[in-house]
Design a protein around this ligand. Structure first.
Ligand SMILES: NC(=O)c1ccc[n+]([C@@H]2O[C@H](COP(=O)([O-])OP(=O)(O)OC[C@H]3O[C@@H](n4cnc5c(N)ncnc54)[C@H](OP(=O)(O)O)[C@@H]3O)[C@@H](O)[C@H]2O)c1
Length: 434
């Protein structure tokens, strides 16, 4: 017998900060107020930012405007406070403090705040019996915080090394790719919106330091200690270093690393040479990446978007879902009573590219016949390769198809197998969508 059905609850949300992340989150909350796995709903009831009149492309009708973030945070009309203003001091800190002191759970994307005042805020949250969540503070939408805080609690993490600042990664990648110096690429990154007008926080390594300090605290079980982090940015990296490092088989990346244990740790951000074959060397452009080593789980690698409205707001929403579900999620993400077996796609609905190897006798007209057989099945060719004749007098013809249904590929195989020049059943292997 199942227990009594839980009544769905409505959570009144207040969002402070209507910039890139704030607007991204609000779009999601308005579109999907029922996204929380436990069936509870969310309702945006209050917002605040600096400029009430700024056009933001979101519908805030019916949502109360607050002139000050602290007012919103302390309001009895909200159940959950989301801080998306930024900065370690000032209004963001005051508002988060006010929300926790009035017994409200807080979700924030603010790495500077957590790195600088994480311990004080954690104590406050515990004293008031509410949660403080900050998944989006590190690696945007890539769940590094959850991995450390939840996924790896059964292990001792010994070291973490990552590319945690997309701006620096973009600049270093472009310097190498286009052989242009730091200042030129930085100016381009500013034009493209990858770098701020004042780029110090990013290129000076401070942003990556905020993030690695937070990860180190989670990994080694200590308080965030930003003051102790060694920090060096990328502004001293010259093109000649990038070229020479590459000649030696390395790529220069801004590496944020932490190693140690609960007894002590080193936390450092600095440019470093990474072997070209290492996954961290492969993460180019504005990507973020993280390499972790646990005593028992061994090496783990995580890579993804470290910023942007969509990914970051997704991480904030995941934290909201955690608060709403009190950290207890239904076993398969939705209440068991609502679950059905997943419908599986049929062959006619599954669309992939395929690799086809056809062994043929070396006769004229064979390729045209194969093309015709493919066309009959509705399959077109993406790329094509013909090897030289083998000793047996047979020739492998290899082709990659454009995306087609499994049924169409199977038909194509049948048509090709029936051709007189084909000496064995063609081999079809799906091209993985990765
Ligand atoms: N952008 C990303 O991809 C990303 C990724 C990960 C984490 N984060 C973190 O997310 C947070 C928000 O970043 P963002 O990129 O969304 O910033 P943003 O676009 O600059 O937006 C900041 C918002 O805060 C408001 N604000 C600033 N000072 C205020 C004050 N004194 N009182 C009230 N509101 C104030 C601004 O108001 P106005 O609009 O009226 O000026 C703006 O709406 C930061 O902690 C950031 O580090 C961002």
């Amino acid at each position: 017998m199942s227990g009594p059905e839980k009544q769905a609850r409505e959570w009144r949300i207040g969002v402070a900060g209507l910039g890139v992340v704030g607007c991204g989150l609000i779009k999601w909350l308005l579109e999907r107020p029922d996204f929380a796995p436990n069936g509870d709903r969310v309702r945006l009831v209050g917002v605040t930012a600096r400029d009430r009149d700024k056009a933001r492309g979101i519908d805030l009708s019916g949502v109360q405007w607050f002139d000050h973030p602290v007012e919103l945070a302390a309001s009895p009309d909200i159940d959950l406070f989301v801080e998306l203003i930024g900065g370690s001091e000032g209004v963001a800190r005051a508002a988060v403090t006010a929300a926790l002191k009035t017994g409200k759970p807080v979700v924030t994307a603010n790495k500077a705040l957590i790195a600088a005042h994480g311990l004080e805020l954690a104590s406050l949250a515990e004293r008031h019996g509410v949660s403080l969540q900050f998944e989006a503070a590190v690696m945007g939408g890539t769940p590094a915080v959850k991995l450390l805080r939840e996924g790896l609690v059964g292990d001792d993490v010994g070291s973490i090394a990552g590319i945690l600042n997309g701006t620096c990664n973009f600049i270093l990648t472009e310097m190498e790719r286009t052989e242009r110096p730091f200042a030129t690429v930085l100016a381009e990154a500013q034009r493209l919106g990858y770098a701020e007008a004042d780029p110090t926080t990013d290129v000076g390594g401070f942003d990556a330091a905020h993030k690695i300090v937070v990860l180190a605290a989670l990994a080694f079980g200590g308080a965030p200690n930003f003051a102790a982090a060694e920090i060096q940015g990328i502004d001293q990296v010259e093109l000649i270093d990038i070229r020479l490092a590459r000649d030696l088989g390395f790529r220069i990346k801004l590496i944020a690393e932490a190693s140690g244990s609960s007894k002590g740790a080193t936390v450092r951000v600095a440019p470093a040479l990474v072997p070209l074959t290492h996954p961290l060397a492969q993460a180019g452009g504005a990507l973020n990446a993280l390499f972790l080593e646990g005593q028992r789980v061994g090496r783990l690698y995580l890579q993804g978007a470290g910023a942007g409205a969509g990914p970051t707001a997704a991480a904030v929403a995941a934290d909201i879902a955690d608060v709403i579900g009190c950290g207890r999620r239904p076993v398969f993400g939705r209440p068991a009573a609502t679950l059905q077996p997943l419908p599986m796609l049929e062959r006619g609905q599954k669309i992939d590219k395929a690799f086809l190897r056809v062994m043929v006798r070396d006769e004229p007209g064979t390729i045209a016949a194969i093309s015709e057989a493919l066309a009959k099945a509705g399959v077109s060719i993406d790329s094509f390769l013909q090897r030289s004749v083998e000793d047996s007098g047979h020739v492998p013809i290899v082709l990659i198809t454009h995306p087609a249904t499994e049924t169409a590929i199977a038909d194509a195989v049948e048509h090709i197998a029936a051709l007189p020049a084909v000496i064995e059943r063609p081999r079809a292997i799906r091209v993985a969508r990765i």
